[in-house]
Write a protein that binds this ligand. Structure first.
Ligand code: SF4
Ligand code: SF4
Length: 296
């Protein structure tokens, strides 16, 4: 067994604060809305919640419970073959809370629900509709499950009125079987992304890659090219962090300089935007980047 790698200085962070950040945090306390940003103690919370240059704040919330039917080797969400049933009031209650809260760009993510006949796609779509009814101006991104590639489920989400359809490829093709649950797949993910675009060409599509799992540069290049060929508009790259000792080890801490090179490579390939950095997560400053890419 190899020793665990030391944490490099660029990953030692403190959670920043700001006035807008403080206001949003204060408001959240009075509502029954829990964010992934706070629960995961995400170091980007100051940047995301303040919305940067154009002030479009971003937050992420998780739908469909806290228990996943899958067990990916990089993810610390708990697993069960039969998670509790969906809360039928979740779409409307979520929409109300988000409206009160007043965030600019909301990322809806979820566990995978292979136990449900439609994978939870109708629930996901209903949440988007309710949010758009309550808050006309808000931008909505769905960080969607793969629904095992089921076209009808993908269509349900892709036609729900959302602005951005995201689904993460997570890693290069060769490492996929060791990193993601057996039911996920590299080719399946590409197909899910191209299908969403085909069903609704107005959507922006987006995907995310974790680095530091033992992938080669050539494999990362190939993955980015494959995403581009699947019509994906935006890509994000970040460092894989081992959540617990039972999860996959970090193979390498990729340097900030290297991440910068991937950002340049993404720009060369012609993505609308490429966010790449050690702490970048799929939802990192998503609203700010979305607006900035429209203004370009
Ligand atoms: Fe929240 Fe995602 Fe930003 Fe982290 S990166 S603060 S989880 S929106
Ligand atoms: Fe985690 Fe998503 Fe994999 Fe479930 S499907 S274990 S939530 S990464």
């Amino acid at each position: 067994e190899s020793e665990r790698l030391r944490l490099p200085p660029w990953l030692k962070t403190s959670i920043p604060t700001g006035s807008k950040f403080g206001a949003l945090k204060e408001q959240l306390r009075s509502m029954k809305l829990s964010t992934v940003c706070e629960e995961a103690r995400c170091p980007n919370i100051g940047e995301c919640w303040s919305g940067g240059k154009n002030g479009t704040s971003t937050a992420t919330i998780m739908l469909m419970g806290d228990t996943c039917t899958r067990g990916c080797m990089f993810c610390s969400v708990k697993t069960s073959r039969a998670p509790p049933p969906l809360d039928p009031d979740e779409p409307v209650n979520t929409a109300k809370a988000i409206h009160e809260w007043g965030v600019g760009y909301i990322v809806l993510t979820s566990v995978d629900r292979d136990d449900l006949p439609d994978g939870g796609s109708a629930h996901f779509a209903e949440t988007v509709r309710q949010i758009k009814i309550q808050s006309k101006e808000i931008l909505v991104e769905c960080l969607s499950p793969d629904f095992r590639g089921d076209r009808a489920c993908i269509a349900t989400v892709a036609a729900s009125g959302l602005d951005v359809f995201a689904h993460n490829i997570e890693t290069v093709e060769r490492l996929t079987p060791f990193v993601r649950d057996k039911r996920a797949g590299y080719r399946q993910t590409l197909k899910v992304l191209s299908t969403a675009k085909e069903i609704n060409p107005d959507l922006l599509t987006k995907s995310s890659i974790m680095l530091g799992l033992g992938e080669t540069d050539q494999q990362v290049e190939q993955t980015m090219k494959d995403l581009k060929s699947a019509g994906v508009d935006c890509v994000t790259l970040g460092q894989y962090m081992q959540p617990t000792k039972r999860h996959l080890k970090v193979h390498e801490y990729v340097t900030p300089t290297k991440f910068k090179q991937w950002e340049e490579y993404g720009n060369q390939l012609g993505f609308l935007y490429t966010a790449s950095g050690p702490l970048v997560r799929s939802s990192y400053r998503a609203g700010e980047f979305f607006i900035a890419s429209l203004l370009r």
